[in-house]
Design a protein around this ligand. Sequence first.
Ligand code: GDP
Ligand code: ZN
Length: 325
Amino acid sequence: MTIKGEATVVKHTGSHYLLAQLPQWNLFPAVLRGKIRLKGSNATNPVAVGDKVAFEAEVSEGVAAADVAANVTSENPAVITSVSPRRNYIIRKSTNLSRQSHIIASNLDRAFIIATIDFPEIKLPFLDRILVTCEVYNVPVTIVLNKVDLYRESHKEMLEAFHEIYEGAGYSVMEVSALTGEGVAELREACKDHVSLFSGVSGVGKSSLIKALDPSLDPRVGEISEAHVQGKHTTTFYEMYSLDSGGFIVDTPGLRGFGLVDLKKEEIALYFPEMHKASEGCRFAPCTHTHEPGCAVKEAVENGEISYERYSSYLGMLDEEGKYR
Ligand code: GDP
Ligand code: ZN
């Protein structure tokens, strides 16, 4: 007997997928039927972690769709028949000339960008580039400052300035420590009932933080196998994890190629929310907010309503525009 249902892709390895009927974590294997191609997509993976899919499964008589997991095995996997339109997604572009992109994850409720003021020292233009990427792909962001135990006292002013810059731009900023556990309960709460992306440059303590959220998870294991896979020049795979306190996270080991987006010069400011807002007052449209007279963005920078750091990242991106196209 054939049953039909809907589920979410939680893992992708080669031609095999793992599905779950979220919020249940009832994992079961699936394969693609023929070739599913999304219109206008040049992604190397037609189906990504986070995708909502329709599936069919062959089960014995009398099995309900809700009990599919117990009745589907890797010898008799479910078949993915279609992919629902994505609410949003984050892609990784290859830095070479192939122009190919890989969808890291889709249908994300939020991205948590893990960063540190120091150890390692934060690079604001790099953070701003990631924030722009999230804006482009319509994923709400929370910035998580980890390791506050190390620099809250020694970098007091920088920490205050950071809050001012990013909260001023409209982002929420959390302070946590995977080591002392400070702020971890709040982060756990923020992850509840959602699918969240965890991202951050290596060394900021992303793995430690995921482990602090749920000790049964060990993202390092995945990282090792990713390095192995990359060495063989095959695709990088991502995986969703279930937090025992509720909610689901997608870890993104490494950030190479994340933060590269094709934007036209006049589009970049649209993705700096505070500049986009201020630009309504610019005399010219479009305005690059550089040399034009009557520019409301420049005015807002001069009177301190828009931070100089953010504006400077913006100018940097204008300069680099074209580099990745
Ligand atoms: P990842 O590369 O982002 O996954 O970082 P790891 O989780 O491997 O952490 C990098 C280093 O920072 C390790 O030595 C951790 O023990 C340390 N670390 C992680 N979180 C904290 C924290 O909140 N406070 C302190 N002091 N050290 C931390
Ligand atoms: Zn302007």
